[in-house]
Design a protein around this ligand. Structure first.
Ligand SMILES: [Zn+2]
Ligand SMILES: [Zn+2]
Length: 368
């Protein structure tokens, strides 16, 4: 057992607490012990803490955008060495039909592995005063050391500030991957992005890198829209001030955008995004509302539109994270502009700032 510092969510809707917890640091053959340097805060952490999303119990240690340094490796690990810099992404099983076909983002066991609360081998890795603590995404990286599966870790270059890189394993790969792996917009095509948090902004940066001709950002926060413009949006719309966003976009683009992305879980957005596209429009739903009020005939069939639900931007982190880091180093994916650093003890402030729109991507630094 190792003693360590963690931000623990004690019960549904309560503030996180900084506690000393125990980690069972016995490694299975395919596991790594990673000293976490920094971890991104994502909407999924907040939803889990506030609403108890998923089926796992409290208390829980959240955090699923970890970045750190390999401290120790299991006996069967070949890909990593002690001292490697790594980011930690989503978990997948490796042997279901989707994993075998090279689509681990659609793993049939994704729900239990990422949200089930126990570890890959079925036990609990963390405890406090002998009571088990639920884990998250096979990492729970709001903690000074995390035990992770080799499958979920990505080796990254030591040329870049490691503390920036954790969000590449979730929010950033989701937004960029949606553009690069799913929509694949042609040079000069048109795209509307609904919601300009981390995922939407990553989509905007990726679209700019792919020379999309017109990138229309839609949000309700002016500060975020200004930032979206700095990242590459050619047009911005504050949807609180516009009566009919689809009509506006249809008029701006002479018949609708080619592509649209819904990255915020707000009611009404999927309908708006679909109706903003033209004939043969392709719409990616990342953070969708629970329900949408659509006409299958008028909104989908007649205009021959295509709607795709997105998981992790259909990204293969071991390949895509290094590609995104290279784009960042070339100046074509400036995601550091979204980031504000917080100390682990200020995790509740980071949650608040993400929710009220003052920070796009909070990153927590671990006490060293
Ligand atoms: Zn996330
Ligand atoms: Zn699988």
């Amino acid at each position: 057992m190792m003693k360590m510092t963690a931000a623990v969510a004690p019960a549904k809707g309560e503030r996180l607490e900084i506690d000393t917890v125990d980690l069972d640091d016995n490694l299975h053959g395919d596991q790594l012990l990673v000293k976490i340097v920094a971890v991104g805060v994502c909407g999924a952490d907040i939803m889990r803490a506030k609403n108890g999303m998923g089926r796992s119990e409290f208390p829980i240690i959240l955090g699923h955008e970890g970045a750190g340094i390999v401290e120790r490796i299991g006996d069967d690990v070949r890909e990593f060495e002690v001292g490697d810099h790594v980011t930690i992404s989503y978990a997948s099983c490796g042997h279901c039909r989707q994993c075998l076909a090279g689509r681990p983002y659609a793993c049939e066991h994704s729900d239990e592995l990422n949200f089930g609360g126990t570890e890959y081998y079925g036990d609990h890795r963390f405890s406090m005063d002998g009571q088990p603590i639920t884990s998250f995404f096979q990492q729970s990286s709001f903690v000074t050391y995390a035990k992770v599966q080799e499958r979920n870790a990505v080796k990254v270059t030591k040329d870049v500030d490691l503390s920036l890189l954790g969000p590449l394993g979730c929010g950033l790969q989701t937004g960029a991957g949606t553009v690069m792996h799913i929509l694949k917009p042609e040079v000069g095509s048109t795209l509307a992005v609904f919601g300009t948090g981390t995922v939407g902004d990553a989509a905007i940066m990726a679209a700019k890198a792919m020379n999309v001709g017109r990138i229309i950002a839609v949000d309700i926060f002016d500060t975020r829209l200004t930032e979206a413009k700095a990242l590459g949006a050619t047009d911005i719309i504050n949807s609180k001030e516009a009566d009919d966003v689809p009509a506006l976009i249809q008029a701006m683009t002479n018949g609708g955008v080619d592509y649209a992305i819904v990255s915020a879980p707000a009611n009404g957005l999927p309908e708006q995004a679909i109706r903003s596209t033209g004939i043969l429009g392709h719409i990616a739903i990342i953070g969708g509302a629970a329900h949408a009020d659509l006409s299958m005939m008028n909104d989908i069939l007649v205009p021959a539109r295509q709607v795709t639900g997105v998981l992790q931007g259909f990204s293969l982190p071991k390949l895509f994270t290094p590609q995104l880091i290279q784009l960042y180093q070339q100046g074509d994916f400036p995601f550091d502009k979204l980031v504000k650093f917080y100390e682990l003890k200020d995790v509740n402030q980071a949650f608040e700032d993400l929710l009220n729109g003052t920070t796009v991507k909070p990153i927590l630094r671990m006490p060293q």
